[in-house]
Design a protein around this ligand. Structure first.
Ligand SMILES: Cc1cc2nc3c(=O)[nH]c(=O)nc-3n(C[C@H](O)[C@H](O)[C@H](O)COP(=O)(O)OP(=O)(O)OC[C@H]3O[C@@H](n4cnc5c(N)ncnc54)[C@H](O)[C@@H]3O)c2cc1C
Length: 468
C-alpha cells in the first residue's frame, strides 16, 4: 500500500544522524510537507547523546565562529517539529525492520568519523596516528580513550587539507591559547605537557594545489610563539604552470600571496615551529619498534595539476606521524554501500540496489551520501536534493505497520535503551555552560564539555525527567 499527501495518517520519517546534514534534511522536509498541506512527524536519531555531529566532535575547539552555525541548527530543532532521540544507534539499538515498521521513510545521514587509509610501510608503527582519532580526543568524543600520547618533539602531519591544518595548529598552539575554548580539562593538561618543538606538514603536490582554505592557512601565521617556515625548494621554478595555477582561482591567488609572504619572513626565534613542505610524496614510516622518522620522494609538477616522482629520497627524523588524508564513511547493516568510495549507494539521495533500482522509502544525505568532502554549508544543498526526491516520491512510500508516534518510544523502552531527548540536550547544554561559568581561570569560557557518555546521559535524562 502507498500513500498520498492528503492521507489521514501523518507522514512519519526517521532520520539517522543528527549532524548538520540530518538536521537540515529534517528542517527542509518539515517545510516542504507543510507546504503541500500535509503533516509530518520527524524523529532524528543519533548514536551520541548530543546532537550536531562533527560540529561538536570534529570542528576544532579554537574555531568557535564555525560552531556559531549551531545557533541556526538549534533553532531548527527547538521549533518542535523534529523529535531528537539521542544515544540510539542504528545497527546496534535499532535495525532496518524496526524503522520500516514505524516509518514511511528513513534518511541515513551518518557522516564519517574514521580515517581513510594511507597504505605505506610502517604506517601501523606505534607513534603513527590517524587525524580522526586525535580530533575525537581533543574534541572530547565519548567513545575514545581519554589519554593521548604527546611525547614527541618532532611531528609529521601528512595531508594538505584543512584537517591537516587543524591537527598541526592544535599540536603547535600554546595551550594557554586554548583555555578559552570548550576543551575538556584532560585535553588541556595533555597539550600543556607536550614537549613538541617542530610540527611538519607534508603535501604531495605543489603550493598552488593545496586543499586548504585561505582563512585557515592565514591563521597559522597568527599563532603566538610559533614561527611558520616554508622552503624555497618546495616552490616550483616552472613559472608558466605556477602562473596558470595561481590565475585559476581567487582562493589560490590569496593563498599564494600568504605562502610567498612566509618565504621572505624572518623567523622570530619562537619556541615552536610549524613547517609547511610541498612536493613530498610519503614513501614509508621508518623505525624498529616505534616511529623514528619518515621517508618521502620529492615530486615535481607535471604542468596539468598533477605531480610525478623524481626519485630523490628525503628522510626526516621524527617521533610521531599523524595522517590527515581524509575521512571515510562506514557501512550500515542492510543498507547498500559502495566500499570503494565509502558511501551509501544512491542516485541523488535515493538509496539504490546493486541494479541501480531505488529502494522505496530509503534515502541518504550528507557525507555518507557524497563522501567526506565539503563544508557544513554544503550539507544544506545536499539535503535539499534528497528531500526534493523524497517529496516527489510521497505517493510511492510504503505504509508502515505501526506508525503511531509513541510506538518507537515503547520499543526503545522495552529494549532498555536510555535515549536522550531535546529537553535533555537543553539540560546538558545548560550544564556545560554552567561549568564554563564556574571555571575560575582568568579567561571567559563559553562551556566545558562533559565527555563520558554515561555522565552525558545521566545529566540529559535526569534533568529531563525532573522538568517533565
Ligand atoms: C576535523 C574536521 C574539521 C572540520 N572543520 C570544519 C570547519 O571548520 N568548517 C566547516 O564548515 N566544516 C568543517 N568540517 C566539515 C563538516 O564537519 C562536515 O561538512 C559535516 O559535519 C558533515 O555533516 P554530516 O551531517 O554529513 O556528518 P556528521 O557531522 O559526521 O554527522 C553524522 C552524525 O551521524 C551519527 N551517526 C553515525 N553513525 C550512526 C549510527 N549508526 N546510528 C545513529 N547515528 C549515527 C554521528 O554520531 C553524527 O552525529 C570539518 C570536518 C572535520 C572532520
Amino acid at each position: 500500500m502507498t500513500r498520498t499527501p492528503s492521507a489521514p495518517q501523518p507522514l512519519r520519517v526517521a532520520i539517522i544522524g543528527a549532524g548538520p546534514a540530518g538536521i537540515y534534511a529534517g528542517n527542509i522536509l518539515g517545510t516542504a510537507v507543510r507546504a503541500t498541506g500535509g503533516e509530518v512527524g520527524i524523529d532524528l536519531f543519533d548514536t551520541l547523546p548530543a546532537p550536531y555531529g562533527l560540529i561538536r566532535y570534529g570542528v576544532a575547539p579554537d574555531h568557535p565562529r564555525i560552531k556559531g552555525i549551531v545557533t541556526s541548527l538549534h533553532e531548527m530543532l527547538d521549533a518542535g517539529t523534529i523529535r531528537f532521540l539521542g544515544n540510539v544507534g542504528y545497527g546496534t539499538d535499532l535495525c532496518l525492520a524496526d524503522l520500516r515498521r514505524h516509518y514511511h521513510a528513513v534518511i541515513f545521514a551518518t557522516g564519517a568519523i574514521r580515517d581513510a587509509d594511507l597504505p605505506i610501510p610502517g604506517i601501523t608503527l606505534p607513534g603513527s596516528y590517524g587525524a580522526a582519532d586525535f580530533v575525537s580526543w581533543f574534541d572530547g568524543h565519548p567513545d575514545v580513550p581519554r589519554d593521548w600520547p604527546l611525547d614527541a618533539t618532532d611531528i609529521a602531519v601528512i595531508g594538505n587539507g584543512n584537517v591537516a591544518l587543524d591537527v598541526a595548529r592544535m599540536l603547535a598552539k600554546p595551550p594557554a591559547d586554548l583555555l578559552s575554548t570548550d576543551i575538556p580539562a584532560n585535553v588541556h593538561a595533555g597539550l600543556a605537557g607536550s614537549p613538541v618543538t617542530d610540527v611538519h606538514v607534508f603535501g604531495r603536490r605543489g603550493p598552488g594545489q593545496v586543499k586548504f582554505t585561505p582563512i585557515e592557512l592565514r591563521e597559522l601565521g597568527d599563532i603566538p610563539d610559533v614561527d611558520v617556515i616554508v622552503y624555497e625548494e618546495d616552490f616550483p621554478r616552472d613559472a608558466d604552470s605556477e602562473a596558470r595555477l595561481v590565475a585559476s582561482s581567487n582562493q589560490v591567488k590569496v593563498m599564494s600571496r600568504t605562502l610567498n609572504g612566509w618565504l621572505t619572513r624572518e623567523a622570530t626565534g619562537a619556541s615552536r615551529r610549524l613547517h609547511l613542505h610541498f612536493l613530498h610524496s610519503p614513501v614509508e614510516v621508518y623505525g624498529t619498534d616505534r616511529v623514528e622518522g619518515m621517508r618521502f620522494e620529492r615530486t615535481t609538477p607535471t604542468g596539468d595539476g598533477g605531480v610525478h616522482g623524481t626519485g630523490q629520497i628525503l628522510d626526516y627524523p621524527l617521533q610521531a606521524v599523524y595522517r590527515a588524508v581524509g575521512y571515510r564513511g562506514s557501512a550500515l547493516p542492510d543498507v547498500p554501500f559502495d566500499d570503494a568510495r565509502g558511501v551509501i549507494t544512491s542516485d541523488e539521495g535515493r538509496v539504490i540496489d546493486e541494479n541501480g533500482m531505488p529502494l522505496p522509502g530509503l534515502y541518504t544525505t550528507g557525507w555518507i551520501k557524497r563522501g567526506p568532502v565539503g563544508l557544513i554549508g554544503h550539507t544544506k544543498g545536499d539535503a535539499l536534493e534528497t528531500i526534493t526526491h523524497l517529496v516527489e516520491d510521497l505517493a510511492l512510500l510504503p505504509e508502515p505497520a505501526d506508525p503511531a508516534q509513541d510506538a518507537i518510544l515503547r520499543l526503545l523502552g522495552e529494549r532498555g535503551i536510555r535515549y536522550t531527548t531535546w529537553p535533555g540536550w537543553l539540560a546538558l547544554d545548560a550544564h556545560e555552560r554552567a561549568l564554563g561559568d564556574a571555571d575560575l581561570s582568568e579567561v571567559t569560557r563559553e562551556r566545558v564539555k562533559v565527555v563520558p557518555r554515561d555522565e552525558q546521559v545521566l545529566i540529559a535524562t535526569e534533568v529531563a525527567l525532573v522538568s517533565s
